[in-house]
Design a protein around this ligand. Sequence first.
Ligand code: GLY
Length: 473
Amino acid sequence: MFHKSVYTSRRAQLKKELGSGIALFLGNVDAAFNYGANTYSFRQDSNFLYYFGLDHAGFSGVVDVDNDTDYLFGNDVDMDDIIWMGPQPLVSELAAEVGISKTAPYGDLTSFVSKAVKSGQKVHFLPPYRGETIIELAALLNLPVQEVKAHASTDLIKAVVKQREIKDEHEIAEIEKAMFTAYMMHTTSMKMAQPGMVEQDIAGTIEGIAIALGGPVSFPVILSVDGQTLHNHNHHNILKEGRMMVTDAGAETAMHYASDITRTVPVGGKFNTRQAEIYQIVLDANMEVIKASKPGVLYRDMHFLASRVIIDGLKQVGLMKGDTDAALEAGAHTLFLPHGLGHMMGLDVHDMEGLGEDFVGYNESIKRSDQFGTAYLRMAKALKTGHVVTDEPGIYFIPALIDQFKAEGKFKDFVNYEKLETYKDFGGIRIEDDILITDHGCTVLGKPIPKTISEVEKTMAEPREWIKREGFI
Ligand code: GLY
């Protein structure tokens, strides 16, 4: 946990932004895995963590803007809890750790909220994403369950996004820890990408690394030689030379700050000519974005910069043709890059996505495109110092999409479908870094993870002893 002054000042800032009313932050409860007493690993709500810091199930917090007071609602443990969980701090002790002096048993939250409603205070809450939270909000606010989401407070969403999108030095230090875990996961994945291995061997090993270093993973590991499927969670393939293996994986720290990295490597450790050509285009796109990202630049423009690099590169290898700007305008690149360049990252791997993507990556002046592919862009608005975003261009050869666009005659002025037929067995390549926007540019977070063709080949050629030398075992 950070020092209590961090949480106190975050809540004070929220009060300034919100102006009036009360803000209700329901923490998460344990979620059953297959029966009540066998639960998933507990994951606290990120907004509760941001303002109240406590990583325990069964707490809720209130920021009373009108009366400049913060409250923590929760129950002290009883003897049964102590027998099964060991001694636990009192609620008042936990509250003191995050700068709160007013606590009450959890059951008092109902009367607290109804009193606030009766006295005319506006009750702000964020969009809930778990069934238990929706049911509780429905009961607290006397709303039909199906109407709860619609009553979420836009004012609170905007105030929270404004705060959480700018990462301070404490948060960056946490993200750096998550980056170190990602470094260990990805260098291990590279070294294990040898013919005969099963994807599951590697996916399981790197998930274990995340857990061993404080984890869990920040999202289910994506690892496949069928990298043309963007979020491939099937890990059954046996690795064979000639295929590229995508690993898109990251970890949370014990405080739940995330990393999210993608690397793509040739099985066996040596790029063939066709792989090297496509890889270099994706790498160039990733690097051009790093060179150009700075405060004031629209991330949507960075998406188009990467797309332009991809079009030019694919023209060089004979898979695209025609005028680059016209191809971009028509959206021809989306056959190869059907997703957005990146998203914000922080306490959530897609930071604050539960509050609504359009509140996080867009604003009044930057609206979401309805073009195929480009519509998936999660972060489009202007970059600011303190933003942490992913830079993750890719090139994918998706047989079903190629067949469909070809049959429709789509982009025939820009795509060489005849040559493309010979790439249907290629798979996909994605390269992803997490970047911090600084006053005059950006920095790539974390210990550099091999990325150039020669770095990847060198890493894959080193013996497993290398992992020992790096301090992992
Ligand atoms: N790295 C997985 C994702 O961004 O969806």
